[in-house]
Design a protein around this ligand. Structure first.
Ligand code: SAH
Length: 368
């Protein structure tokens, strides 16, 4: 067993997760040339190597030194995978070195394959419709742990066709802001040539000041916002974070983001019967959509019944299929761009928004 596995308390610097700039700095502080940083960056994030011994253009003595003085390269262990034969969706159950379980999902598609990554083990937000919310919060992932989900998927998923990376797995990326941004920097780096053409989307339940900060980073990243209701009171009922960062503030931040990045926001909208699929919900949504550059991703609600929820969560039911269809059609009639996908394999958010692992018995309890 490696020494880090016990506690994750190792004082050794962990290079996996360092940005290019940080790696260059690191090598100068240990008396090496800056270009070593670039070389190591390539090995870590482009060639996805598992050990320092594989870094052929790094002198043997330095490799040995890195072996002894820095943390081990692989930050995650693969526990199991589940694949859907119909859709090809594959879920990876992974474990951090300090023993926390997380999940990532590969969603194949003819045009582009999507990887959905987690940014936290569990989630502190307690959204009433979300399986991850029910399992509570365990920890923030490090940038290395976020990146290594990509490493796993791209090594296992041989075709190297992961064109989209969505930060829509477990957790709230903007509550783990620094690690999220570092991993975005790594994914966006020119040197990581395989990754250059990829599109990265960060999905948030709405941490308004961090949306603005993200806009100011200048990173080429798309924003998805879990809207789910245009009414403050309804939103607060199903998403308690709305009390701290009300929709009003988030919309202000989103407008700032779209202007600053010249992009449009994707509003995610999980259809919950009687909660956000009424006539008045439709009207407000249309008003909102006409007021800023956006598209809507309508998501059928995946019931939480398998989690035995209590309180409000137990009351939430999916909108009937016909109502969802009518809602979507009515939005389209208003010239609003809407994507909606009914099967789990195709539906990024549904596949991602269902992640939960029961720690007590280690049951892998994600959807069938
Ligand atoms: N915290 C971030 C990212 C994780 S959730 C966020 O809130 O955006 C990723 C997406 O899955 C969100 O749009 C979320 O609302 C959706 N989701 C969560 N639970 C779901 C469920 N039971 N059925 C369908 N989508 C769900």
């Amino acid at each position: 067993m490696n020494s880090e596995a016990n506690a994750g308390k190792s004082k050794k610097p962990v290079l996996k997760g360092y940005t290019l700039k940080e790696l260059k700095e690191y090598f100068t502080t240990i008396g090496e040339k800056r270009f070593r940083g670039e070389q190591v960056f390539n090995w870590l994030y482009r060639h996805l190597i598992d050990s320092y011994d594989e870094m052929e253009n790094v002198p043997k003595v330095l490799r040995q030194q890195l072996n002894e003085t820095t943390g081990i390269i692989n930050r995650l262990k693969l526990i199991s995978t589940i694949s859907s034969p119909q859709t090809g969706t594959t879920k990876y159950l992974l474990e951090t070195l300090d023993g926390h379980k997380i999940e990532s999902v590969i969603i194949p598609d003819e045009k582009r394959t999507t990887l959905c990554v987690s940014t936290q083990a569990g989630c502190p937000l307690d959204c009433k419709f979300c399986a991850t919310g029910l399992m509570g919060y365990k920890k923030n992932l490090t940038s290395g742990e976020i990146f290594d989900q990509f490493k796993f998927a791209s090594k296992e998923y041989k075709e190297d066709s992961i064109k989209n990376i969505v930060f829509m797995g477990m957790g709230e990326p903007l509550l783990n802001y620094d690690a999220t941004v570092k991993s975005l920097e790594i994914f966006g780096e020119e040197l990581t040539t395989q990754l250059r053409m990829r599109r990265v989307t960060v999905s948030t339940a709405g941490i308004a000041p961090k949306i603005m900060e993200l806009a100011d980073t200048g990173l080429r990243v798309k924003l998805a916002f879990s809207l789910h209701s245009c009414f403050e009171d309804v939103r607060s009922r199903i998403m308690p974070i709305n009390d701290k960062y009300p929709l009003r503030d988030n919309l202000h931040a989103i407008r700032y983001f779209t202007k600053k990045t010249h992009s449009r926001v994707t509003f995610e909208y999980v259809m919950i019967s009687g909660v956000n699929d009424r006539e008045e919900d439709f009207k407000e949504l249309v008003k909102l959509c006409k007021s800023l550059p956006c598209k809507i991703n309508v998501i059928p609600f995946n019931s939480l019944e398998h989690m035995n929820p209590t309180g409000i969560s137990a009351e939430l039911q999916p909108s009937p299929y016909e109502r969802t269809e009518a809602f979507v059609q009515a939005l389209r009639d208003q010239n609003i761009t809407v994507t909606v996908r009914y099967t789990q394999g195709e539906d990024i958010a549904a596949a991602c928004g269902q992640l939960a692992i029961t720690e007590e018995n280690n049951t892998y309890s994600s959807v069938k």
